[in-house]
Design a protein around this ligand. Structure first.
Ligand SMILES: Cc1cc2nc3c(=O)[nH]c(=O)nc-3n(C[C@H](O)[C@H](O)[C@H](O)COP(=O)(O)OP(=O)(O)OC[C@H]3O[C@@H](n4cnc5c(N)ncnc54)[C@H](O)[C@@H]3O)c2cc1C
Length: 303
């Protein structure tokens, strides 16, 4: 084997796992394509001692920390395939944009590749995403308190999401952009909480360099909104793990037990790629659990 563990993904899940594996004197190859989902945001919230930090700075600090350990290597590469070999796994990786390829053999693999996302009304939302519009209500609701807020989405969980945002403002409107996303019962619940429901398609989102100002509907009406939330569609990109036939849920997320073990011995998963809350501290916590469990599982194998 080249290393004890290949960790795929250097977000908070993969970095926390790598740090804690290194501290067990495990050899780790940390392979990361450097395309984190949260790159759109300037400030991340809710991570103790790091509230308000830029997510990219958090990653840089984490990378610097793990690279102080001599048993850790970091490869800026995209993992394209994992296959089982006799006594472990062969992980294939390539450098995007070049022909450089590598195979790394390891006794265990941690998948910490996060998610990718598609935004509703992408061309209108994208300019405001990460500044005026956000996706994580638990992370960014506090900073929007007291404002005229929008929740834009086309899925059937908007009523529940509105109830979380409503704690921060008395002026919230849900925009479904013409999608049949809120039932009559849902509409009644929104009304009970003083939340407006706007079903008309959105034509534009207006604003200036200070931020978003209004949502313009196709019928010509204009709703003053200075910020809010969107409900993206999330995608688990796991083509590289297909040969492993891991068990996934209906959303394609990797199913794990409480120890971050997947359905295949020797393969672990942590962070956004598994079902649960999507936050930095949660991902880091799961990565930390995975590290302790991997270390113990390798000890049990005599490694
Ligand atoms: C706009 C936005 C704002 C957010 N704000 C907050 C916030 O304020 N507070 C908070 O707690 N959470 C926030 N989050 C959520 C938080 O960013 C995620 O929950 C967290 O980053 C998940 O960590 P992760 O390690 O699972 O995945 P990620 O951080 O997404 O990292 C995954 C890494 O894996 C790499 N990767 C993917 N596929 C491969 C492959 N095949 N080969 C190699 N590498 C691969 C990616 O390039 C990426 O670097 C925000 C998310 C978004 C989108």
């Amino acid at each position: 084997m080249d290393v004890d563990v290949v960790v795929i993904g250097a977000g908070p899940a993969g970095l926390a796992a790598t740090l804690n594996l290194a501290r067990q004197q495990r050899t780790v190859a940390l392979v990361d394509s450097n395309r984190p989902r949260h790159a759109a945001t300037l400030r991340a919230h809710g991570f103790i001692t790091r509230d308000g930090i830029s997510p990219l700075e958090l990653r840089t600090l984490g990378r610097e920390e793990v690279l102080r350990y001599p048993t850790v290597t970091h490869e800026r590469m995209l993992v394209t395939q994992i296959a089982r070999v006799d006594d472990g796994f062969a992980v294939q990786a390539e450098q995007p944009g070049s022909r450089a390829e590598r195979e790394i053999r390891a006794s265990a693999v941690l998948i910490a590749t996060g998610l990718s996302e598609t935004l509703p009304l992408s061309q209108h939302v994208r300019p405001w995403y990460g500044t005026s519009l956000h996706s994580c209500m638990d992370c960014d609701g506090y900073d929007k308190r007291g404002q005229a807020l929008a929740l834009i989405g086309e899925t059937d969980d908007l009523v529940e999401r509105a109830s979380v945002i409503r704690r921060h403002t008395d002026d919230l409107a849900v925009f479904t952009n013409g999608a049949d996303a809120v039932s009559a019962a849902g509409e009644a619940r929104l009304a009970e909480h003083g939340v407006a429901l706007v079903r008309s398609p959105i034509a534009a989102i207006e604003g200036d360099r200070d931020g978003m100002q209004a949502i313009v509907l196709e019928d010509g009406s204009r709703s003053i909104r200075t910020g809010g939330f969107v409900r993206p569609w999330w995608h688990a990109q796991l083509d590289f793990a297909e040969p492993l036939s891991l068990q996934t849920d209906d959303d394609g997320l990797v199913l794990v037990d409480r120890s971050q073990r997947t359905s295949l011995e020797g393969v672990y998963a942590a962070g956004d790629i598994t079902p649960g809350f999507r936050q930095l501290a949660v991902a880091a916590g799961e990565g930390t659990i995975a590290a302790s469990v991997i270390n113990r599982d390798l000890i049990a194998l005599g490694l």
